[in-house]
Design a protein around this ligand. Structure first.
Ligand code: MG
Length: 383
């Protein structure tokens, strides 16, 4: 059997390393054509050696010589910069691209892969938040395909495999509620980033863990779901489910709800996307229902977690406004991680940027980049 030739963009991050763990368990199925990282040269070099990667890209060009010397005597071709990443992700010897970069930086390489008609396993939700219409249009125009890696969207996708052409009427998007789910607003207000980084269920990178604590992650996922499954925001119901066992659900006209369940482990949706449609064992824990006993569900609290409503409103305004939201959030999360702003300083900054944004109704790619850069600049000034 021919191995699937894969490119992993962002291989040293949380999703990237978990994807390589899947590959490690199934080396007979995958041929690693490309690995990339932003800055982590040591880990990237170690991965390139372990997986015999054909090509390796370090996005931060100033670290090229370091990577080159770490990979001395290794057969991998070494490149630097985002343009190389775009070219290699689009090259003919790649079947599938895993988009696991963090934030807006994933947009350009994701679009390059889609333009080349690749199957893109997409974990980088910010590309869909910032430029969902452009991304989906590019996918359709080039007969490319996006397979969701985000656990909720993988769940929805899996539930829809049994839909037999029946239209869904609602998606129930589950949220863990994050580490501050049971905290009072006062206590959350003074919470430092170190507390927010302790996620109860999921092992994730710093950016998405903070987004999860503010529930911006769920706001982004709502937007992501609307783009991926062609839904209006009214069709997406966010429900807090602290155990993170039900990964999401779809509801049909007759009231029937189909859910996808599993222990929280990102390797499961990653493996399904990488090897779709065949499932693979990934060494994760299996559900023991008797031991679980019960599962809980509750409504999200907009008073304590205002970002979810901000995201919904931004998506309803449409145009380049979700791009503003994403850019402002990237700056705000970084500032919160550096203890420069408070927890609710994140929402304040977002509101400021959203209120002051210049509206572009039907943004092209240039408008998206201009909006991102302008918002980042404004948000940094505000801090
Ligand atoms: Mg998720």
């Amino acid at each position: 059997m021919q191995k699937r030739r894969i490119a992993i963009l962002g291989s040293t991050g949380s999703i990237g390393t978990q994807a390589l763990d899947v590959v490690r368990r199934h080396k007979d199925l995958f041929d690693v054509r490309l690995l990339s990282a932003n800055n982590s040269v040591e880990l990237l070099a170690a991965q390139a050696r372990e997986f015999d990667a054909a090509n390796v890209v370090i996005c931060n060009e100033s670290r090229y010589s370091e990577l080159k010397s770490l990979l001395q005597g290794c057969e991998a071709n070494v490149f630097a910069g985002v343009q190389s990443l775009c070219d290699l992700a689009a090259s003919a010897d790649v079947d599938m691209v895993l988009g696991a970069m963090v934030g807006f930086s994933g947009l350009r390489p994701t679009l390059a892969a889609l333009e080349a008609g690749k199957i893109v396993a997409l974990a980088n939700k910010e590309t869909l938040v910032a430029a969902g219409s452009v991304v989906m249009r590019t996918m359709r125009k080039n007969n490319a395909c996006i397979l969701p890696v985000d656990s909720e969207h993988s769940a929805i996708f899996q539930c829809l495999l049994g839909a037999q052409g029946n239209a869904l009427v609602k998606v129930h998007l589950t949220a863990s509620g994050g580490p501050f789910r049971t905290w009072s607003r006062e206590k959350i207000a003074s919470a430092k980033a170190s507390a927010a980084l302790k996620h109860p269920n999921w092992d994730m990178g710093a950016k998405v863990t903070i987004d999860s604590a503010t529930m911006m992650n769920k706001g982004f996922e709502l937007i992501e779901a609307c783009h991926l499954f062609d839904l209006s925001p009214d069709m997406v119901n966010v429900v807090v489910h602290p155990e993170s066992i039900v990964h999401s659900m779809v509801e049909f006209e007759d009231g029937a709800v189909i859910a996808q369940l599993g222990c929280p482990d990102m390797r499961e949706p990653i493996a399904l996307a990488l090897n779709f449609p065949a499932r693979l064992p990934v060494g994760n824990r299996k559900l023991d229902f008797a031991q679980l006993g019960s599962l809980h569900f509750e409504a999200p609290d907009p008073q304590r977690f205002p970002n979810l409503e901000l995201a919904k409103a931004a998506f309803r305004r449409g145009g380049n406004i979700p791009c503003v939201l994403n850019a402002a959030n990237e700056v705000a999360v970084k500032a919160y991680l550096n203890d420069e702003i408070s927890f609710y300083g994140i929402s304040d900054l977002l509101e400021h940027c959203l209120n002051g944004a210049t509206f572009v109704a039907e943004p092209g790619l240039d408008d998206i980049f201009a909006t991102h850069e302008e918002t980042v600049r404004k948000a940094q000034e505000l801090i």
